[in-house]
Design a protein around this ligand. Structure first.
Ligand code: AOF
Ligand code: ZN
Length: 367
């Protein structure tokens, strides 16, 4: 009996969830999920490996000794047609004798872009494209942007008290609760680079690692926006630069101490200033895109976050709000940095509101 539409979306949702687990871990490659189904049962599954290899289809196929004749492959992205760092997944599926492939969305990579589908079709494989497409597209949004020659996906994380203040009171270094902070670490793990302004480094001396148990290796690159190259050489980020994979963007400097940073393993990149005295954020995003980063997380401070918003460069805002704790100063709901206003004027829509015990996470997405 043919599988119904309902079953197709059930198996594809499973594949999409698998893919979600490796977002931020697959380097320049998108994270893809693959589920193999025989007689309505999942007989194998795969997800793109850490660093981008192996591809999901390869992993799913290689777990099986024998592939039943009626096997259907559910993949969140069109199987690749080319031989790159990995073999062609379209060819692997054909060689394995898979007679039906269900695909969530086409691969926007110009070297594939329909070629995988063509190869499968030419070999008589039964195809269905577009199952759970919106969800699958959301997962690879940053990748799609970058391969289309646009900027990577840029998301902002902010934490504040309910009234929008961001500086913790004296007695407690944290504004939000444990659960919010764990969620914040998940966000770190599923981005390729975390960006902060130099003032955040000077005030907080952060590590910007993913500190969830067992997930330390999921820490992305660190990036500091530092117009005058004044990041303290004894800051934790610089001292651990090699391990941290630290990049500092600064203005074009005639007399500079770049070598001091480079000796610590920092990559220093000089970019032009804009009229307002800020570094050109578009040039920075171009450069991050050339480094094949798909997803960028801006973690502070509020000046940097609002500059990205003012320049319409942000895709989502993750705003953690504590209902209990009070914070001081640096309000996100006032003046130039009024986040509420910026979100409204940049046409963001609230996409989700998640309870994190007594905190709340509001997720805004650009419409
Ligand atoms: C798939 N399955 O799991 C992924 C795909 O250099 P390569 O060989 O790793 O190929 C990279 C391209 O393959 C990448 O840019 C994207 O278009 C596609 N990713 N394709 O069939 C996978 N991750
Ligand atoms: Zn592939």
């Amino acid at each position: 009996m043919e599988l119904s539409n309902h079953d197709d979306s059930f198996f594809m949702n499973y594949a999409i969830r698998l893919a979600s687990r490796h977002i931020g871990l697959t380097g320049e490659n998108p994270s893809v999920g693959c589920v193999l189904v025989s007689n309505k049962k999942i007989i194998s599954y795969g997800v793109t490996g850490v660093g981008g290899s192996p591809h999901a289809e390869f992993e799913a196929l290689s777990k099986l000794k024998k592939i039943p004749e009626d096997t259907i492959a559910y993949v969140t992205l069109e199987p690749c047609s080319h031989i790159g760092k990995n073999p062609s997944c379209a060819s692997l599926l054909i060689t394995a004798g898979i007679s039906k492939v269900v695909i969530a969305t086409k691969d926007p990579n110009p070297i594939i872009n329909g070629e995988g589908i063509k190869i499968l079709k030419s070999q008589g494989v039964d195809l269905k494209v577009g199952v759970c497409e919106d969800l699958a597209k959301e997962n690879i949004f940053g990748f799609s942007q970058r391969v289309a020659g646009l900027y990577p996906e840029v998301n902002i994380k902010v934490a504040s008290s309910l009234d929008g203040n961001t500086i913790p009171g004296n007695n407690d270094p944290w504004i939000t609760n444990n659960l919010s902070r764990s969620y914040g670490h998940v966000l770190r793990s599923n981005h390729d680079a975390i960006v902060v302004g130099v003032n955040t480094v000077k005030i907080d001396d952060p590590d910007l690692n993913c500190r969830l148990p067992g997930m330390n290796d999921r820490s992305p690159y660190k990036v500091i926006i530092d117009t005058n190259l004044s990041t303290p050489l004894d800051s934790s980020l610089v001292k651990n630069a090699k391990k941290n994979r630290l990049i500092i963007y600064t203005k074009i400097l005639k007399n500079n101490n770049i070598i001091d940073y480079e000796n610590n393993g920092v990559e220093v990149i000089q970019v032009e200033l804009e009229g307002n005295g800020f570094l050109n954020l578009r040039m920075i995003l171009d450069n991050l895109s050339s480094k094949k980063f798909n997803r960028i997380l801006i973690e502070g401070g509020s000046t940097l976050s609002s500059s990205f918003l003012h320049n319409n460069l942000v895709n989502s805002v993750y705003w953690f709000k504590s209902s209990e704790k009070k914070a001081e100063g640096n309000p996100l709901t006032n003046g130039d940095k009024n986040l509420n206003k910026l979100i409204k004027s940049s046409n963001f829509k609230i996409k989700d509101s998640i309870s994190l015990m007594n905190d709340k996470l509001e997720i805004f997405k650009r419409a």
